[in-house]
Design a protein around this ligand. Structure first.
Ligand SMILES: C[S@@+](CC[C@H](N)C(=O)[O-])C[C@H]1O[C@@H](n2cnc3c(N)ncnc32)[C@H](O)[C@@H]1O
Length: 315
């Protein structure tokens, strides 16, 4: 209780207006920080996790914070122990090569979008605001939600709704969208919501609309491919005993993270050595964790979070 009260008062003190960090202590504790180690926060966002990591580093330790979003860059702390890298985290190995690091002591990823994305109406991530259909985390990326909605085939749209939105009526949704766009371009979040509302269950309208938006966002930002590449690169670059800590918010993400932590690959192919022992560069540390009930009440956006931690095996 004391710890919880302390964390909540810290949140108020720190004024997390951009994004309230999820499972802050659990994730940063999971990194098992060495005060002079080198760490990566692959999803800097509002910098909540990064600031906690920095508070545990001494002079000589270093943290690299990645984010592909320009808005996040503006939040980067001015601290000689910190470097902000505006890039997709899939390129983490190239960046570490550039900065001269062959091995990293700990890597944190807190996936998905920040509250800032959802609350900044004009970015087009939320159906709560009428705005251009954008949804790009990287404002310089080419693909926007408007292109996906207006140019993808009906089959491709159905796949996106089924896989990334986990929606049962994915075919019906795609068909409705294709019919609506035949009458005129769908250019705003409001027009998209209007087109799909008739085929969303009334009792679950908001939840289903959130799933539609989530599915399109995942496609626009190529999130699954980036995650796959990042997990492989992170596993390779971790130092022996180094920790990989990942917070996911989607079952497909969580499956990939679970697989890499168990088997060393995102497909979940179990390899065995000649003695029948599992041959993997990582081993899981503890069980999957979720936010406490109190955290979920105080920060409803933490509700679907799953935290997994793994350690690089010393060979
Ligand atoms: C959930 S937020 C992280 C919040 C952060 N932990 C905090 O405490 O404020 C996820 C952030 O990761 C960024 N992001 C998501 N996917 C990314 C990727 N592939 N490469 C770089 N940044 C990414 C988003 O732009 C967003 O700012």
């Amino acid at each position: 209780m004391y710890l919880y009260t302390q964390i909540m008062s810290d949140c108020v003190k720190m004024n997390y207006d951009y994004h309230t960090p999820v499972m802050l202590q659990e994730t940063v504790d999971g990194l098992k920080i060495k005060s002079k180690g080198v760490y990566l926060d692959l999803t800097f966002g509002g910098g909540g996790h990064s600031r906690e990591i920095l508070s545990r580093l001494e002079k000589g330790g270093h943290l690299y914070g990645f984010d592909q979003d320009l808005d996040a860059q503006a939040r980067a702390p001015k601290d000689e122990r910190f470097t902000f890298i505006r890039s997709n985290f899939r390129y983490l190995k190239n960046w570490m090569q550039y900065y001269g690091h062959k091995e990293i002591d700990g890597i944190l990823a807190d996936l998905g979008v920040s509250s800032h994305h959802l609350d900044e109406g004009e970015r087009g991530f939320s159906f709560r605001y009428d705005a251009p259909l954008d949804m790009r985390m990287n404002q310089q990326a080419r693909l926007s939600a408007k292109q996906v909605v207006n140019e993808y085939s009906e089959d491709a749209l159905a796949d996106i709704f089924r896989l990334y939105g986990e929606m049962k009526n994915s075919r019906q949704l795609a068909n409705t969208l294709v019919k609506a766009r035949a009458k005129g371009e769908i250019a705003t979040t409001g027009q998209l919501a209007e087109a799909l509302t008739p085929v969303l269950g009334r009792a679950r309208e908001k939840k289903d609309m959130a799933k539609v938006f989530q599915a399109l966002r995942i496609e626009v930002n190529g999130e699954m491919k980036a995650l796959q590449k990042m997990l492989v690169a992170a596993t390779q670059i971790l130092a022996p005993d180094g920790r990989l800590v990942v917070l996911t918010y989607h079952s497909l993400e969580d499956r990939m993270v679970k697989n890499i932590m168990r088997c060393g690959n995102v497909e979940g192919e179990m390899k065995q050595d000649i003695y029948g022992n599992i041959d993997s560069p990582l081993h899981s540390v503890g069980k999957m964790q979720t936010p406490s009930e109190q955290e979920q009440t105080n920060n409803p956006r933490s509700r679907s979070a799953k935290l997994r931690i793994a350690e690089k095996i010393v060979s």
